[in-house]
Design a protein around this ligand. Structure first.
Ligand SMILES: *[C@@H]1O[C@H](CO)[C@@H](O)[C@H](O)[C@H]1NC(C)=O
Ligand SMILES: *[C@@H]1O[C@H](CO)[C@@H](O)[C@H](O)[C@H]1NC(C)=O
Ligand SMILES: *[C@@H]1O[C@H](CO)[C@@H](O)[C@H](O)[C@H]1NC(C)=O
Ligand SMILES: *[C@@H]1O[C@H](CO)[C@@H](O)[C@H](O)[C@H]1NC(C)=O
Ligand SMILES: *[C@@H]1O[C@H](CO)[C@@H](O)[C@H](O)[C@H]1NC(C)=O
Length: 506
């Protein structure tokens, strides 16, 4: 339980038009696990030889590993502000102009904090009934108006700043630990250790209440001064830093196990990452590994901004997958909104993109229209034909062949064939030539059809056809007298208007 010191947090979700295209999409709970100064190279799955992360490695095996995932800034406060606003620090105000190209954050003496003009993920999630909790480090300003409960979170257990000392020094206050809107213990931040059950307890309460939740688990044990509880001290081969990684990994295992125990694992989207690269300047026992990448925290070399990242959502995200797409913590904002079915704010520029097509391996559908008819729809590798024909017998007999030498019986037909009750489905990966329709009795056919049908239904429900512009023809509208014809003496007199319905043989 001690290990649960880790902070839980939820990702926010933004919705966009794509949202509606996720067939039968549930509104999942969201957990964002944000490590502090943990490096890309700290995970076994990325090659760390000291074997401290069996639970994270298993999480990757059950979910998706994203080797090209980035933070938005090489330092904690701006990175966290970006995650929760979906916007670069240069937009959301988490930067300094005091000097050129300098990192800045929120130490105790900072006056500023998250702007009232920003919209944070939990504020948006609340519009869909989500309850949000942050466990751990906030870092978006510690003055009253900047604290989590003033910015969309319903619950908080943690600290507003880094857990630096000095401790119990008359000249400088200790970093407080808050429980919701009041401080729990004005004391060492390491006092968080016994309260590791905050995240689990929150998950349990929301599950019992059948309440969708966002848990933002922003634990900071791997930030110098690195800490681990007794159970893990001296257990790793990498000094206290490795001990802290082991404890965090253990806690992550506990959280995922808890989701399974409560039967909500397939309804909870969990994303693991870190706020910036490992703080290699802190020395070996106080910092992690950035694997093969150059430098670390505070720099814009790869070691400063490339982050370990794992997406986990059993039954939705393909297990054991690896996706090399470039992605960013700000995408978690937009992606979370999409998952929750919430429209993203359109009054500002967002830098975060919707990752659901990447995570759910559900490429955007392709709609094949011929005139006013939706003939076919492709989703992923499957293409379902609702109508087929090439051209009419009449045209064909005139020698117009749209499919010369490659007729497919019952597919490239010369009558319009309707298949709406039983679409023809092809797998374009194995059968790019659309020659071998799947057997309607196969499970593959049924699975593909049910997914495509949902997309088609969604499409039709929201379709408002425009007024057709290509129906009427009239000789009188031809280019009889184009502008400038007078000067050239080339104007012709248009004939009387005599409109008719145009003839479109194909
Ligand atoms: C935090 O405060 C809540 C009430 O807001 C209380 O129920 C809970 O027991 C407190 N937790 C701790 C660890 O003090
Ligand atoms: C680092 O940790 C190891 C193992 O705990 C210890 O033996 C070593 O003295 C530490 N090094 C420093 C520089 O603190
Ligand atoms: C989770 O799994 C259960 C049992 O298989 C199923 O009934 C439920 O629909 C699933 N929920 C989601 C959101 O996938
Ligand atoms: C999902 O990913 C697999 C590879 O892991 C690929 O073969 C398949 O076509 C993808 N499906 C979709 C719908 O993109
Ligand atoms: C074409 O469809 C008809 C029924 O519409 C069926 O009897 C025939 O077997 C089909 N031909 C092929 C080659 O699939």
């Amino acid at each position: 339980m001690v290990a649960l010191t880790l902070i839980t947090f939820f990702g926010a979700i933004i919705c966009c038009s794509w949202t509606k295209s996720i067939p039968n999409a549930p509104t999942p709970n969201i957990i964002i696990m944000l490590m502090d100064d943990m490096g890309w190279g700290d995970l076994g799955v990325f090659g760390q030889p000291s074997k401290e992360t069996p639970n994270l490695d298993a999480m990757a095996a059950e979910g998706m590993l994203l080797p090209n995932f980035y933070t938005a800034n090489p330092l904690c406060s701006p990175s966290r502000a970006a995650l929760l606003t979906g916007r670069l620090p240069i937009r959301n105000g988490f930067y300094t102009t005091n000097a050129h190209a300098r990192n800045a954050y929120t130490p105790q003496e900072i006056v500023g904090g998250i702007s009232k003009d920003e919209i944070l993920l939990p504020q948006l999630l609340k519009t869909k009934g989500y309850v949000s909790k942050i466990v751990g480090k906030w870092h978006l300003g510690h003055r009253p108006q900047y604290l989590p409960l003033k910015n969309g979170f319903d619950e908080w257990f943690g600290s507003p700043n880094c857990h630096f000392g000095p401790y119990n020094d008359q000249s400088k206050p200790n970093i407080p630990v808050y429980n919701n809107s009041e401080i729990k213990a004005e004391n060492l931040y390491t006092n968080l250790l016994p309260h590791d059950s905050e995240g689990l307890d929150f998950i349990l309460r929301q599950t019992k209440a059948q309440q969708p939740f966002f848990l933002y688990w922003a634990v900071d044990a791997t930030h110098a001064p690195v800490y681990a509880s007794k159970r893990f001290l001296g257990k790793s081969q990498r000094g206290r830093y490795g001990d802290a990684v082991m404890e965090l990994d253990y806690s992550i295992g506990q959280i995922l196990k808890w989701l399974r125990t409560l039967g909500i694992d397939n309804n909870t989207f969990v994303f693991f990452t870190s706020d910036n690269g490992a703080a290699v300047m802190s020395g070996p026992n106080e910092s992690g590994s950035n694997g093969p990448f150059l430098c670390g925290k505070e720099t814009t070399f790869e070691g400063g901004m490339r982050e370990p990242a794992i997406a986990w959502w059993p039954g939705h995200i393909k297990e054991g997958s690896v996706n090399f797409q470039l992605a960013n913590v700000m995408d978690l904002f937009t992606t979370s909104l999409v998952l929750a079915g919430i429209n993203p704010p359109d009054d500002r520029i967002l830098d975060g993109l919707d990752l659901t097509p990447v995570l759910l391996n559900s490429s955007q559908p392709i709609f094949y229209y011929r005139g006013n008819e939706l003939m076919a729809v492709r989703l992923g590798q499957y293409k379902a034909h609702y109508w087929t024909w090439s051209n009419s017998w009449e045209e064909f007999k005139k020698g117009i062949n749209f499919c010369p030498g490659e007729e497919v019986p019952n597919v490239t037909t010369h009558e319009q064939k309707e298949h709406t009750l039983q679409p023809l489905i092809f797998h374009l990966g194995r059968d790019p030539g659309e020659k071998f329709p799947l057997s309607v009795l196969s499970k593959e056919y049924q699975d593909a059809l049910s997914r495509i049908s949902a997309v088609v239904q969604q499409h039709k429900d929201t379709l408002v056809p425009g007024i057709p512009q290509l129906n009427m023809c009239d000789i009188a509208v031809m280019n009889w007298a184009p502008a400038g014809c007078e000067k050239l003496g080339k104007c012709l007199k248009p004939p009387e208007s005599n409109p008719w319905k145009c003839d479109w043989p194909h």
